[in-house]
Design a protein around this ligand. Structure first.
Ligand code: NAD
Length: 337
C-alpha cells in the first residue's frame, strides 16, 4: 500500500516524505512544481537513500486526479499539503486560492470516498483561531471568521473533510500548524520562497546572507513583553514527524473519532525580537533591522497548547528555536554558495 503526499516537493511536504521513507512507508508524490522544483526530489533521495514515486499532476485538473488514482489503485493514505499559501496574494486574487485549495481537495476526496477505507491528513493552520482570547491556544478555542481567503480555504477545507467523513469511509486528522521554520539538518532540503519572503525566518536568513538590505519589524508597540508579535516557531522536522505519527494512528485504527484535530507547535511563544537575537547568536553576526509600523492583519500573539498532541498522538516537538534557526541558516548558506 502506498501513501500519497500531495505537495511533496514543497517545504513541509519534502521533510515529511523523508520521515515517511525513513519509517519504511512507500510514498508517491504529486506536485505540479508551481512552488517547488525537481531538485527537491534529488535532495529527498540523497537523505533517505530511497526514491519515492513522483507524478507531475495538477490537482486542479479533475481528469488528471482520476487518472492518477487509476494508476495508483493501492493508495491507502493521503497527506494533503498541496495548496497556495501566500496570505497577501489570496487577498488580491481570492478565486485563485479558492480554485486551487478547494477544487484540489474536492477532487481528491471524490476519489477517496469511493475506496472501502481511506486515511487523510490535512494541512490546516493556526490561522483558523484568529486572535484567540486565551493563550496557549487549545483545539477547543473557537474558530474565528477568517481574515483572508487563504485562511478561509483552511476553514472550509476542514469543514469539507468533516462533511465527507460523515458519509464515507474516510478517517481524517486535521493538523493545525503554528509557524514552521528551519530545514533538514543535512541542508539537502529546506524552504525555498519565491520572491520576497512572507515569513519572518526566510526574511532573516536572506537579509543575513545579503540578499535584502534590512529586515522590517512590523510594530514594537504591541501588548507583549518587548512590544513585538509573538508566534510559536516549530522546527519543520518535528512537524514532519507528527504527520508520520498521525498516519500510523489512522492506519492502526487508533483514532477515537472519524475526524481528529491537533495543534502542532512547541507550546512556547517567541517574540520577533527574541527570534532576531537568537538568530544573531547562532549565526554569530548582527542582523540589520528597523522597526516600522504595524502590518494590517497581524495578530498580537499565537502559541499552542500542545497537550492533546503530546498525550493523544504521543508526539512532542523536540528541537529548540536555536536548532531550528541554525538549520535555516545552514540551508540559506548552502543554497547561496
Ligand atoms: P509549499 O508551497 O512549499 O508546498 C506546497 C507544494 O504544493 C508546492 O510544492 C507546490 O508546487 C504544490 N502545489 C500547489 N498547488 C498544487 C496543485 N494544484 N497541484 C499539485 N501540486 C500543487 O508550502 P508549505 O509551506 O510546504 O505548506 C504546505 C501546506 O501547509 C499548505 O497547505 C499550507 O497552506 C500549509 N501551511 C503552511 C504553513 C507555513 O507557514 N509554511 C503554515 C500553516 C499551514
Amino acid at each position: 500500500m502506498k501513501t500519497l503526499v500531495t505537495g511533496g516537493l514543497g517545504f513541509i511536504g519534502s521533510h515529511t516524505v523523508v520521515e515517511l521513507l525513513n519509517e519504511g512507508f512507500e510514498v508517491v508524490i504529486i506536485d505540479n512544481l508551481s512552488n517547488s522544483s525537481m531538485d527537491v526530489l534529488e535532495g529527498i533521495e540523497r537523505i533517505a537513500g530511497k526514491k519515492p514515486w513522483f507524478e507531475n499532476v495538477d490537482l486542479k485538473d479533475k481528469k488528471a486526479v482520476q487518472t492518477f488514482f487509476k494508476k495508483y489503485d493501492d493508495v491507502a493514505g493521503v497527506i494533503h499539503f498541496a495548496a497556495s499559501k501566500a496570505v497577501g496574494e489570496s487577498v488580491e486574487n481570492p478565486l485563485l486560492y479558492y480554485e486551487n485549495n478547494i477544487n484540489s481537495l474536492v477532487y481528491l476526496l471524490q476519489e477517496l470516498q469511493q475506496k472501502p477505507e481511506a486515511s487523510f491528513i490535512f494541512s490546516s493552520s493556526c490561522t483558523v483561531y484568529g486572535q484567540a482570547e486565551i493563550m496557549p491556544i487549545t483545539e477547543n478555542a473557537p474558530v474565528q471568521q477568517a481574515m483572508s481567503p487563504y485562511g478561509n480555504t483552511k476553514q472550509m477545507g476542514e469543514e469539507i473533510i468533516t462533511d465527507t467523513a460523515k458519509v464515507s469511509n474516510l478517517n481524517a486528522v486535521l493538523l493545525r500548524y503554528f509557524n514552521p521554520i528551519g530545514a533538514h539538518p543535512s541542508a539537502e532540503i529546506g524552504e525555498l520562497p519565491i520572491g520576497v519572503p512572507q515569513n519572518l525566518v526566510p526574511f532573516i536568513t536572506q537579509t543575513a546572507i545579503g540578499l535584502r538590505t534590512e529586515l522590517s519589524v512590523y510594530g514594537d508597540d504591541y501588548p507583549t513583553s518587548d512590544g513585538t508579535c509573538i508566534r510559536d516557531y516549530i522546527h519543520v522536522v518535528d512537524l514532519a514527524k507528527a504527520h508520520v505519527v498521525a498516519l500510523q494512528r489512522l492506519f492502526a485504527k487508533k483514532n477515537l473519532d472519524k475526524i481528529e484535530t491537533f495543534n502542532l507547535g512547541t507550546g512556547t511563544g517567541s517574540s520577533v525580537l527574541e527570534v532576531i537575537t537568537t538568530f544573531e547568536k547562532v549565526s554569530n553576526q548582527r542582523l540589520p533591522y528597523k522597526i516600522v509600523g504595524r502590518r494590517e492583519g497581524d495578530i498580537v500573539s499565537a502559541y499552542a497548547n500542545t497537550d492533546k498532541a503530546n498525550t493523544v498522538l504521543g508526539w512532542k516537538a523536540k528541537s529548540t528555536l536555536e536548532e531550528a534557526l541554525s538549520s535555516a541558516w545552514k540551508w540559506e548558506k548552502k543554497i547561496r554558495s
